[in-house]
Design a protein around this ligand. Structure first.
Ligand SMILES: [Zn+2]
Length: 500
C-alpha cells in the first residue's frame, strides 16, 4: 500500500461533502489504515508538559493516536515513518479572531481560498471567524481543500446599529445622513442579528445556532441588561458569548459581570474610564473613537478602574483577546498616507497602541487568561492584515510573556477560548485530538521568531509544505496528493514500515 492512502480518507470525506457546521470531517479511519509515526522530534505538546526529546507521535487518519517519549508510544510495524530528527513538533496554531468573508462586487471566493492557504502556510490550522456570515462562510470553506478548520460566531447588535441614521454636515455645508452601521456590514455580505428589549434572547440564540455559529459576538448598542440576557441565553444554548469590549453603553466591566466568556480589543477598555451617565451621552457611532482618541494613553491604561475589571476577569476566568498587531498595522497604514489633518480613526489608532499595551501588560500581571486572536481579515492589502506570528512576537517583546506563554495563547488556551468541540479536539497534541501539527526547524521556546521556520504543516491529518501552499499547487482538487507524490518535492523523509 502506497503512502498516498494516508490522504484518501480526508479527500473522500470532502468529496462527499460529509460535513456539518463547523467544518467537521468524520473520523474516517478504517482498521486497515496504517498509522504515520513522526519520530525523533522534540515534542512540545501544548498541555503544559515539558518538551519531550526524541518523541514519537502517531497519527492515523485525521487523529492523533499517541504522543510522547519512545517508551510511551510504540511504533506499529506497519507505520509509515517520518524522520523529524532535530526538529520541533508543536500543535497547529489557532487564530481565535479573524473575519474571512467579504462579498464585495459579487464574490470573494478567490480571495478567501488564497487567504486560507496563506494562513495554513503560516501554521494556522484553526480559526474562529468573529462574525461575518456563518452560513455562507462555512459552506465556502467546506468546499476548499487547503484551509484551516473554521468556527464561526454570529454578530449581534442593538437597535441603533440597524436604524440609527446620523446626520453629518458635508464640506459644502449641506446636511447628509450616514448609513446605519448594519447596512454597511450587509453591503459586505455580513449578517448581523438585531436584539432589543422586546426580543427573546433564547429565540435569537436558537436562530444563531441554526446558522452553524458556535457563539454570539456582541458588537454594539447593547446595555448591560441586554448583554446579560444574550450571554445567559447563549450559555443555555451551549454557545459562547464574547463581546467587542465596549458595546456602548455596556463597557468592559458590565460585560465581564454579565458573564461573557471573553472580551476582545484591549483598546476598548477605555470604556471603563466613563461613568454610566457619561456613556449614555455618547450616542454617535464615532463616540467611541472620540473617547479613545482623547482618553486612551499609556498612563490611563493603568487606571485602577481598569485594574478592577481585569482582576474580576482573572477571578472568573474571562478571556482577554488584546489584538495588538492590528492596531500597530493601522498606525503603519496611516503613516504611509501622510495625511495633513489626522482623521478621527487615525487619532484613535495612534492613541490605542500605548493604551492597549498598558492594559494587556496589566492583564498578564493580574493573571487574566489571554488568547492570541488577531482580527485578521481576508481582504485588502496583505500588509494591512494582522498576523498571528506578529501578535505572538508582540506578546513576548512588548507584553513580557515567555515564548511558551505566548504559544499557549495560540494553542491550548485559544482552543479553550473558542470552546465547545474546539476545546476538546484542537490546541494540544494528545491522543484523540485532530492531527493538526507543525514541524519547526528550531525551538519556538528559545525564540518565538522560530515560528517562521516551518518545515511542514499537518492539518486534519494532511501534510502540506508552506511553499506548495503559496505556489498555488494546492489550489487544485487532489493537490494534497501531489504534495506527497511529486518526486521533485522536498518530501519529509519517508522510510519503509518499521524503519527509523
Ligand atoms: Zn474583529
Amino acid at each position: 500500500m502506497g503512502y498516498r492512502s494516508l490522504l484518501v480518507p480526508a479527500v473522500a470525506a470532502l468529496a462527499a461533502g460529509a460535513c456539518s457546521a463547523p467544518i467537521h470531517r468524520p473520523v474516517s479511519v478504517g482498521p486497515l489504515d496504517p498509522p504515520t509515526a513522526i519520530v525523533d522530534a522534540t515534542l512540545w505538546d501544548g498541555t503544559g508538559r515539558a518538551p519531550v526529546p526524541h518523541a514519537v507521535t502517531l497519527v492515523r487518519g485525521n487523529r492523533i493516536l499517541c504522543a510522547g517519549g519512545v517508551g510511551e508510544c510504540q511504533i506499529p510495524r506497519d507505520a509509515r515513518v517520518i524522520d523529524a530528527h532535530g526538529a520541533w513538533l508543536i500543535p497547529g496554531l489557532i487564530d481565535s479572531h479573524v473575519h474571512l468573508l467579504f462579498l464585495l462586487r459579487g464574490s470573494a471566493s478567490e480571495d478567501l481560498a488564497n487567504d486560507l492557504k496563506d494562513l495554513l502556510a503560516q501554521g494556522v490550522t484553526t480559526v474562529r471567524d468573529m462574525g461575518t456570515n456563518p452560513v455562507e462562510l462555512l459552506a465556502r470553506t467546506r468546499a476548499l481543500g487547503a484551509a484551516p478548520r473554521v468556527y464561526a460566531m454570529q454578530l449581534v447588535a442593538g437597535f441603533r446599529f440597524f436604524y440609527g441614521r446620523e446626520q453629518v454636515v458635508t464640506t459644502d455645508g449641506s446636511v447628509a445622513y450616514r448609513l446605519p452601521q448594519a447596512q454597511i456590514m450587509e453591503m459586505r455580505g455580513w449578517t448581523p442579528m438585531m436584539f432589543t428589549r422586546d426580543d427573546d434572547a433564547d429565540s435569537l440564540a436558537a436562530e444563531a445556532k441554526k446558522t452553524g455559529a458556535i457563539g454570539l459576538k456582541l458588537y454594539g448598542y447593547l446595555d448591560s441588561t441586554l448583554v446579560r440576557k444574550l450571554t445567559e441565553a447563549a450559555h443555555r444554548a451551549g454557545m459562547t458569548a464574547w463581546g467587542h469590549a465596549w458595546v456602548q453603553p455596556a463597557n468592559p466591566r458590565d460585560q465581564v459581570l454579565a458573564g461573557e466568556d471573553g472580551v476582545v480589543h484591549a483598546s476598548l477598555f477605555v470604556g471603563d474610564l466613563f461613568s454610566a451617565t457619561g456613556r449614555d451621552s455618547l450616542l454617535a457611532s464615532s463616540a467611541i473613537l472620540w473617547a479613545g482618541a482623547h482618553d486612551a494613553t499609556p498612563e490611563s491604561g493603568l487606571d485602577p478602574r481598569i485594574g478592577e475589571t481585569l482582576d474580576s476577569m482573572a477571578r472568573r476566568g474571562t478571556f482577554l483577546e488584546p489584538t495588538l498587531d492590528v492596531t500597530i498595522r493601522s498606525v503603519a497604514h496611516y503613516d504611509a498616507q501622510h495625511a495633513d489633518q489626522p482623521s478621527l480613526p487615525e487619532q484613535y489608532a495612534r492613541a490605542a497602541v500605548g493604551f492597549s499595551m498598558a492594559v494587556t501588560r496589566q492583564a498578564a500581571k493580574r493573571g487574566v487568561r489571554l488568547t492570541a486572536g488577531t482580527d485578521h481579515v481576508a481582504y485588502g492589502p496583505v500588509r494591512d492584515r494582522a498576523s498571528l506570528a506578529s501578535e505572538l512576537r508582540l506578546l513576548v517583546d512588548s507584553i513580557g510573556l515567555s515564548p511558551e506563554a505566548a504559544l499557549l495563547a495560540a494553542t491550548r488556551d485559544a482552543a479553550v477560548a473558542i470552546g465547545g468541540e474546539a476545546a476538546r479536539s484542537v490546541g494540544t497534541i494528545e491522543a484523540g485530538r485532530y492531527a493538526d501539527l507543525l514541524l519547526l526547524d528550531r525551538s519556538p521556546l528559545d525564540d518565538i521568531r522560530n515560528l517562521d521556520g516551518i518545515q511542514w504543516v499537518m492539518q486534519d491529518g494532511r501534510l502540506w509544505r508552506p511553499w506548495q501552499l503559496r505556489s498555488g499547487i494546492a489550489m487544485h482538487e487532489g493537490a494534497a496528493d501531489s504534495t506527497w507524490a511529486d518526486p521533485d518535492a522536498d518530501e519529509p523523509a519517508l522510510a519503509h514500515p518499521g524503519a527509523r
